[in-house]
Design a protein around this ligand. Sequence first.
Ligand code: SAH
Ligand code: SF4
Ligand code: F3S
Length: 480
Amino acid sequence: MHKYDKDRALVDRQILTDRQGEVMDRPGRVGDKSFYIESYGCQMNFADSEIVASILADIGYSATASMDSADLILINTCSIREKAEDTVRKRLRIFDKAKRRRPGTLVGVLGCMAERLKKKFLEEERLVDMVVGPDAYRDLPALLASAEEGQKGINVLLSREETYADVAPVRLNSNGVSAFISIMRGCDNMCSFCVVPFTRGRERSRDPYSVIAEASQLYEQGYKEVTLLGQNVDSYQWSHEESGESVNFARLLGLVADIGPDLRVRFSTSHPKDITDEVLHTIAAYRNICDYIHLPVQSGSSRILSRMNRTYDREWYMERVESIYRIIPDCAISSDIITGFCGETEEEHRETLSMVEWAGYTMSYMFYYSERPGTLAARKYEDDVDLATKKRRLAEVIDLQRTVSHQHNLRDVGKTMEILLEGRSKKSDRHWKGRNSQNKIVIMPMMDGYAIGDYVDVKISDTTSATLLGDIIQKSQYSS
Ligand code: SAH
Ligand code: SF4
Ligand code: F3S
């Protein structure tokens, strides 16, 4: 029932933050060699590490959590802010020591920083044996072979077609409940502050058959949640070469949601200029498409948005938020915010603060502006807001967001909601953590008769600004 092949017409079937460096591991060895991988940056980078693990598994490499015993040390890098790149360089110093302890260990730099710095990396960082850009992972076996011969390897070619559609990701650090599925790569927007179009290349959508097949397979393996990933999921667009049949994001969402009523579907990231009512109506129509949209505003000021080249203004953004709340009344909205962008005045900063309050974000990823070399903003505008002001404005946004999140959470106290149990609480081994449809983290005491992966009805008794607390009442309708 969940098998797809390319010849079958889709119409027949009733049937897509910054994380800190994480060591990604999967127990069990598939070959006689091992690799250690640390991933930085966005979820797409984490998903890419799973593609890399798959490509390496084919040549006998398995993942290990031990840097010291690895034959190959990889770091999947992020260039989004200067700090992200500084972290990578610090990690390379640590790898240097590991390499000295165990001569012959190879070190490879993957991802966005590899793409941005290219050959410079090999010149600057002598311990690095391989530099591999995000579209060149299929070349890893060849690059590894030459690195083993003492030949440093580099492939940073960007592609217009590569989606790794046929590469079955090897899930790393999986809880067996939620998984990420990349539905597109690259970005065609040119936000003036952003390095992604330079590090990830042109936007391309993955064929829907392979997306649905991957999601179906995860469902059959017992996964309960998939998150469809892209820098701008709303511009997902795929057309069948022969039939001309086309699939947009709304349709893809529906197709994935049809896989099973107990498969939660999430997606990230939506772009305010592209999110359509059709997508909103699709979310409203499916119980299992989560009532949660990450809709980064970046700034609340139309003048700054124009400088940022976001191609929408404050009014447009507000209209989109109103439509979300109208079509999906219980929808939670979160955001990304940059403080102290070139030329931002105090008044414009206050417009960002008022937006946080007005939109009622359940949470936001908040940053101060970090100029990136080669971007439009770096060429066109002066980075003229001093660091102390950037940081002060950031602290103000963070404070306000904390209050707004808390207020939002207070409205949940007393309610009973469906939670997907995802794992143990980090702070207590007698508590579980899960999330509700709105993507809020809920902590509750463990109870006999329930297990990770169950859907449970939880009565919310208390809250902090970030986390809801409650107690399990019963298994919910969709629990297996
Ligand atoms: N495609 C997503 C964003 C991906 S990058 C979108 O368009 O919303 C994640 C976030 O990092 C951005 O939303 C932005 O808030 C932040 N960011 C990107 N470049 C930055 C820079 N130069 N300085 C500070 N923050 C930045
Ligand atoms: Fe960067 Fe803008 Fe593309 Fe997001 S949409 S990845 S911020 S260029
Ligand atoms: Fe960073 Fe590249 Fe993602 S720059 S945010 S890892 S696309």
